[in-house]
Design a protein around this ligand. Structure first.
Ligand SMILES: [Zn+2]
Length: 454
């Protein structure tokens, strides 16, 4: 049974959906004003793998993830470029989905844009004001967090030490942690009308309205990066609590992306876009780096690690290519006793221990190749089919390995095959050693043999 760490209470809990087989999850999506960065990539890959694993286990995942298309940053960026903020948001949203395709991320079932939900957001803010937990100030509508029982539970830190992340000066608010539900428009800003005054929604209100509007007042999982736990998720939860919603059963947060031990972020100047990375490397290399770290641990990303992941992928691709014919061969039966897949699932069930699950895959590849080499096609076929299934769960579909083999090596391989056919095994072995010494490997396949770089 799948167990996940719940950030709300800091415990591991068994995943039991509210209305099985449906599993309802909401993942905070991007604010679209720039190219996606590497941290965005980790976020979507983490939840893509969760979704694929839930589907592998038979759940029907109702996956919603928003696009924030109205925000201070979008407005600022658009002003600098003399562009309309919505035009800017649409441009970067298009880039976002193109990069998601390159990452082989399954598209959410719903991808709501905040600007399509303004009416519902205004209604929710009016309800909160009506019930006395929110108040109208001179620059917007604020949530009074002192009225929310257990405010700060998700933050898991001493809130007296936490500075409010709201940009508005505290003289507009009763307490520094109160947050904006609705911001009154400044001159020339994007604006919508509301009973409180013209303006636009606060980010924390957008996500509560869209998640509960699409998935219902109670759903199974709410996810995002560790940086969203406070204040964004705490503030979403505060509104949901005040409205009497059950809201998310499990809160799931992934760790940061680091480069040489330093958190990757724009403010530190070591900002690298996801687009740059996907231009440089096989997009699956980033996915492999992501699965090799536990989702709650920091993820180290460097060029060296990306290159190492690229060569590890070759081992998986070469295995898939070598095993292709045997998988298609109906005369070779599957060995049902294979236990690789159950070890893979045990690791995944343990709070998505993808590093252990990935080690199992590479072990199975090694065993599968060894079984093939000794002519045990039944074991090889079993391992190959289970590895293919596990790779699908991780979203690592095999690619083709195209290699150009120098003529002289190809010639030695042909001579070796002829020696084998005439049962001159000593000569065949000597030729194999000669090929190996030149940096190549010759492997027997069902159709004959194959040469590749060692
Ligand atoms: Zn959100």
């Amino acid at each position: 049974m799948l167990r996940l760490y719940n950030s709300l209470l800091g415990n591991n809990i068994a995943v039991a959906p509210l209305s099985p087989p449906e599993f309802k999850m909401y993942v905070c999506g991007p604010t679209v004003y720039d190219f996606p960065h590497i941290g965005h990539g980790r976020s979507v890959l983490t939840f893509d793998i969760l979704r694929r694993y839930l589907e592998h286990k038979g759940f029907e995942v109702n996956h919603a993830s928003n696009v924030t298309d109205v925000d201070d940053k979008i407005i600022e960026r658009a002003r600098r470029g003399s562009q309309h903020p919505i035009a800017l948001a649409r441009k970067y949203e298009e880039i976002w989905w193109a990069e998601m395709d390159r990452l082989n991320v399954l598209k959410p079932k719903s991808a709501p844009r905040a600007t399509d939900w303004i009416e519902q957001i205004v209604d929710m803010v009016a309800t909160l004001v009506g019930s006395g937990v929110a108040y109208i100030s001179d620059d917007g509508v604020y949530m009074d967090v002192s009225q929310v029982e257990d405010y700060g539970l998700l933050a898991q830190q001493d809130l007296s030490k936490v500075q409010s992340s709201e940009r508005n000066a505290s003289e507009h608010k009763r307490q520094s942690l109160d947050f904006a539900l609705w911001k009154f428009a400044k001159a020339d800003e994007l604006t919508w009308s509301s009973p409180f005054g013209d303006g636009r929604p606060g980010w924390h209100s957008e996500c509560v309205v869209m998640s509960t509007g699409i998935l219902g007042h109670d759903f199974d999982l709410h996810g995002g990066g560790l940086d969203l736990r406070f204040p964004h998720h705490e503030n979403e939860r505060a509104q949901a609590e005040a409205l009497g919603y059950g809201f998310a059963q499990i809160w799931m947060h992934h760790g940061f992306v680091e480069s040489q031990g330093v958190k990757m972020s724009k403010s530190l100047g070591n900002f690298t876009t996801l687009t740059e990375m996907l231009d440089l490397y096989d997009p699956r290399a980033y996915r492999l780096l992501v699965v090799r770290a536990h989702y709650r641990s920091p993820l180290e990303v460097t060029r060296e690690l990306a290159e190492e992941a690229t060569s590890a992928l070759r081992r998986l691709d070469q295995f898939a290519q070598r095993m292709g014919p045997i998988l298609d061969d109906p005369t070779v039966e599957l060995d049902e006793s294979g236990s690789f897949l159950s070890r893979f699932e045990d690791a995944m069930d343990n709070d998505l221990d993808t590093p252990a699950a990935t080690r199992e895959i590479f072990e199975a590849v090694k065993s599968g190749n060894a079984a093939f080499d000794r002519g045990d096609f039944r074991t090889a076929k079993t391992l190959a089919s289970q590895v293919a299934m596990a790779m699908k769960v991780l979203g690592l579909q095999p690619g083709r390995v195209e290699e150009s083999i120098p003529n002289e090596i190809a010639k030695l391989a042909t001579l070796r095959m002829e020696a084998k056919r005439s049962r001159d095994f000593a000569a065949a072995d000597a030729l194999r050693d000669q090929i190996h010494a030149a940096g190549y490997l010759v492997e027997d396949t069902l159709e004959g043999y194959r040469v590749r770089k060692s």
